[in-house]
Design a protein around this ligand. Structure first.
Ligand code: FMN
Length: 201
């Protein structure tokens, strides 16, 4: 490793997101698993959906579909499945926003289908919008896909990627992660080329 690379590495290690100018909304967002039972207003849900559709997508393919799950038919079975999957707290959320990937619309590039990636960007928009509205939000992918497909009546080429559980925050702010630490920047980024000295493939 050259001296220049060494100093760049040290620079990366010393960066604290708060001091590095990362937007406060990104620092404020965390996966919150305690929801008040208060229902969300329709306008708030629409705001979350509007945020989702602002997301970028490869070739602007927008290969997503969102299903707003509140108290309608099927919610009980969804709740039961979430509880059986170890995420019973998600059943308490007044709203589950299902992010669905339409696999016939995903854009193919570089040998990859970018559709799931696009759906992830839409999900992040929902999470950040929820954070900006002081709502608690949590991505959830612990569930039985076959059960959810049946209950949500998804067509064959549509795939449930995740739910975003959203609601007013409960009394205590509860994060599901006891240690949501991030990998040090120096182990996940490099200048100019892959820094093989840090990770062995
Ligand atoms: C696509 C996706 C699915 C997730 N599904 C679950 C889940 O089913 N259960 C869970 O406890 N956390 C789930 N998480 C939350 C992650 O564990 C969490 O984002 C990570 O630990 C970082 O914590 P933070 O979101 O508070 O920053 C999911 C996150 C993502 C992005």
């Amino acid at each position: 490793m050259t001296l220049q690379q060494k100093s760049l590495k040290l620079q990366l290690e010393s960066i604290d997101p708060q001091k590095a100018g990362v937007h406060p909304l990104l620092i404020q967002r965390s996966s919150q698993a305690n929801f008040a039972s208060t229902e969300l207003e329709r306008g708030q849900i629409i705001q979350l959906l509007q945020a989702a559709r602002c997301a970028p997508s490869s070739h602007n393919s927008q290969p997503w579909y969102f299903i707003v799950v509140t108290n309608g038919a099927g919610r009980e079975e969804i709740n039961q499945n979430l509880a059986e999957s170890g995420v019973g707290w998600a059943a308490q959320a007044p709203v589950l926003l299902a992010v669905v990937f339409n696999s016939s619309e995903g854009s193919r590039q570089n040998g990859l289908n970018y559709g799931l990636f696009d759906c992830g960007l839409a999900a992040q928009n929902i999470l950040l919008q929820a954070t900006s509205m002081n709502l608690a939000a949590h991505p959830v992918n612990y569930f039985d896909p076959q059960t959810m497909r049946r209950v949500l009546k998804l067509p064959r080429k549509h795939i449930l990627v995740l739910f975003v559980a959203v609601g007013q925050p409960g009394q205590q702010s509860v994060s599901t992660e006891s240690n949501p630490l991030r990998k040090p920047l120096a182990t996940i980024a490099a200048w100019d080329r892959w820094d093989g000295s840090l990770v062995e493939e």
